[in-house]
Design a protein around this ligand. Structure first.
Ligand code: UDP
Ligand code: MG
Length: 343
């Protein structure tokens, strides 16, 4: 896990690192790599791509091994099993060495052709250039509506502002990456962590394409849990809501109790109805269970964080290989000086 962190300082560090989490993408990888290489090559500066194989169960690993042996720009991080996209991205960032790092999906939903625009923003001095979807092609009506509701909720209750219609596709400066990598929590809601880092950020609009091949691994149950993760990682609002819900219920019960006492005093012998008893009982039981559940969500996360396990295990790391000396050396030096001045 540490090699990427040490390697980052070596003079051979490329200008750009592209981090790609890969899970069962064997079918589309060659096409992806071809398009990425064309785009990155045209930028005219040294670059590497860090493929993180997140425990794929198809032939992704062998395709990536082939790419690694054919193309010196390819680095390969093979995780010991499937850890999920958030952690796979973190592993990639840990092993990236570039002065600017791009995160992109392997399924070609994030078109590599947008990268030069992200790079342009970085050259203008932005630390974070996030690609913002103009349209969501190939996504269902339900997904659009739920995503919209989620962003709206997060914006209201969370302390950090999440940019709308933004995924993980973005470019980060080295200092933003280093800041992000200091956050080692297990429940990684990356969109929130990106926003937490702050630094000057800018949106670059683009059109999201449908998947090139394969199937999405995110179903609605996973998305729901993802939303839950986002909310519990960035706000304790649900706990507060539970408090006030309890308070409100107690108040209502007090008023209702007073009314019963009053009625008993005034009219005597009132047999309180079984239905109202049942209604109150069930309501209180439900409210209590729900509150316990909310507390459980937080407690479970505290439990997971206190175990302090490593975020992931690397089965194998094969770094990219430095390229022969560059012709564009003077231009690059000027750029590097500009960089250090900014830090
Ligand atoms: N991915 C991953 N680990 C996982 C699931 C997905 O590394 O457990 C990768 C996947 O290979 C792809 C990216 O994360 O590069 C986005 O996944 P997907 O296309 O399934 O998500 P969606 O675009 O539907 O949000
Ligand atoms: Mg996708």
């Amino acid at each position: 896990m540490q090699d990427g962190v040490d390697g980052r300082q070596t003079p051979a560090a490329p200008t750009f690192s592209v981090v790609v989490p890969v899970y069962n993408e064997g079918e589309g990888l060659l096409e992806f790599h071809g398009r990425l290489s064309r785009v990155m090559g045209a930028l005219g500066e040294p670059w590497e791509v860090v493929y993180v194989n997140d425990g794929s169960r198809d032939d992704s690993l062998s395709v990536l091994e082939g790419l690694h042996s054919d193309d010196p720009a390819c680095a390969l991080v093979n995780l010991s099993r499937n850890f999920g996209k958030e952690i796979a991205m973190t592993a990639g960032l840990d092993h990236s060495r570039g002065a600017a790092v791009v995160i992109i999906d392997a399924d070609l939903q994030d078109p590599p052709e947008v990268i030069p625009e992200l790079v342009k923003a970085w050259r203008q001095g932005w630390d974070m250039a996030y690609a913002q979807r103009r349209v969501r092609a190939g996504e269902s009506w339900l997904k659009r509506v739920t995503a919209d509701a989620f962003y709206r909720t997060m914006q209201r209750v969370g302390r950090v502002r999440l940019p709308r219609n933004t995924g993980d596709f973005r470019l980060m400066s080295r200092r933003a990456v280093d800041a992000l990598l200091q956050l080692r929590e297990h429940h990684r809601f990356m969109k929130g962590l990106f926003a937490w880092v702050g630094f000057p950020s800018v949106a670059v609009p683009y059109d999201r394409a449908p998947r090139y091949a394969g199937r999405t691994s995110f179903n609605y149950w996973k998305l729901w849990n993802f939303a839950l993760e986002g909310i519990t990682s960035f706000t304790v609002m649900p706990l507060k809501v539970a408090t006030y819900l309890g308070l409100a219920t107690a108040l209502v019960a007090l008023v209702y109790g007073g009314q019963i006492i009053l009625r008993t005093l005034l009219f005597g012998n009132p047999v309180p109805g079984y239905p109202s008893l049942m209604a109150v009982l069930l309501f209180l039981g439900g409210a209590q269970l729900m509150t316990l559940g909310v507390m459980g969500e937080y407690l479970g996360r505290v439990f997971n964080e206190t175990k302090r396990r490593p975020l992931y295990l690397v089965e194998r790391y094969a770094p990219s290989r430095p390229r022969p000396p560059l012709r564009a050396a003077p231009a690059r030096r000027a750029h590097a000086e500009g960089e250090s001045a900014r830090y």
